[in-house]
Design a protein around this ligand. Structure first.
Ligand code: FMN
Length: 357
């Protein structure tokens, strides 16, 4: 099968599987985090300010619609709905990996459609494995990074780290040597946010990424959509028993998102993605040290319907966030940062072990 066709088909399969099957990690680690109730909030609910700055841009709420799609026909409508909603509510958004548009330029419009909307912060997206040569494929470099950003008029480039997915997927890229140096080259010229896609960022990796010059880290931890689970279902369809087995074995591999927020805190802005399912989870992420939280799957479902459905979901999340801020006595995101979170096991074990040098 020709490569562009495979990439395009894979994008469509991912969306279908994620909407039809249960592809969540077995445990949502946000359950282990609790905020301390403030019986005397001393703030007015209506005066609560949820705005925040990320990459120099003002967001009305600390939310990123996480990178998901583009690269197949339906992706255009999904991206348009997400972008319209992001601009209406004032939150950030990322598009999915733009490799598909590099392989097949007629797919560019499925990403470029987001330029039609006034999204306050837009992230382009390329995969770290594509920054080094893979089998017969050339490595993407600075010119490609710029091309991806220009395609959607992006403010920053997400370089996603997805080696868990690569190792369990039938056509996965296997080369990882030299990727940090490649990230360094790109990050020296354009603003980069490094992002995991479900397996989290350890302290060691966060330190290395900071040294390589990335400007922010999306910890993309364990607890939400599991790409091992997604690949398990794809392998099942392709009757690939080894890949099916790998997908099942690594379904719950990774560092829990709340733990990763603390481990990856090396003085860069942190976006917390992975299993965020409510505004209460967003508040927990902020209290643990994140600047914003990212949501993927919860936004995909409404985006298949309409922009209005995405707006409704975003507004509900923001109402939950405000309620959590009110009940914690925080009138701003800065104040929420100062609030204590109680973290129980198993997440607390990860924090304890992972913090040791
Ligand atoms: C349909 C779909 C496609 C995705 N494609 C990408 C991608 O191309 N690049 C990327 O960085 N992350 C991608 N992700 C990962 C998400 O951005 C996010 O890190 C992950 O789904 C965990 O968030 P969730 O639990 O809210 O779904 C994708 C997620 C979904 C649901």
């Amino acid at each position: 099968m020709a490569e562009p066709y495979r990439t395009e088909q894979r994008k469509a399969e991912h969306v279908d599987i994620i909407l039809q099957e249960n592809v969540s990690a077995e445990y949502n680690f946000w359950n282990d985090v609790k905020l301390v109730h403030q019986a005397l909030p001393e703030v007015d609910l209506d005066a609560i300010d949820t705005s925040v700055r990320l990459f120099g841009k003002k967001l009305e709420a600390p939310l990123v619609i996480s990178s998901m799609t583009g690269g197949f026909e339906m992706g255009k409508e999904i991206n348009a709905n997400l972008a319209r909603a992001a601009s209406e509510v004032g939150v950030a958004m990322g598009v999915g990996s733009q490799r598909a548009a590099f392989e097949k330029p007629e797919l560019e419009s499925t990403y470029a459609v987001v330029r039609d909307y006034d999204v306050p912060l837009r992230f382009a997206n390329l995969g770290a494995p594509q920054l080094v040569p893979q089998a017969s494929k050339r490595a993407y470099g600075l010119a490609d990074a710029k091309r991806a950003m220009d395609m959607i008029d992006a403010d920053a480039l997400i370089v996603h780290l997805n080696f868990l997915q690569e190792v369990v997927q039938p056509e996965g890229d296997r080369r990882a040597k030299g990727i940090l140096a490649a990230i360094r080259t790109i990050a020296s010229k354009v603003p980069v946010m490094a992002k995991e896609t479900g397996a989290g960022i350890s302290r060691e990796v966060a330190v290395a990424l900071k040294k390589a010059g990335v400007k922010a880290i999306d910890v993309g931890g364990l607890g939400g959509t599991s790409f091992s689970a997604v690949e398990y279902y794809r392998a099942k369809k392709e009757v690939s028993s080894l890949k099916e087995r790998l997908g099942a074995t690594f379904w719950n591999w990774g560092i829990p998102t709340p733990a990763s927020i603390i481990l990856a805190n090396v003085g860069l802005p942190i976006v917390a993605t992975g299993g965020v399912r409510s505004g209460l989870d967003v508040a927990k992420a902020i209290a643990l040290g994140a600047t914003a939280a990212g949501m993927a799957k919860p936004m995909l479902e409404p985006a298949k319907l309409s922009a209005e459905a995405v707006v409704a979901e975003l507004r509900a999340v923001i109402e939950e966030l405000k309620a959590a801020m009110f009940l914690s006595g925080a009138s701003s995101i800065d104040e929420l940062h100062e609030r204590h979170a109680v973290v129980s096991r198993p997440t607390s074990d990860w924090i304890e072990l992972g913090s040791e040098d």
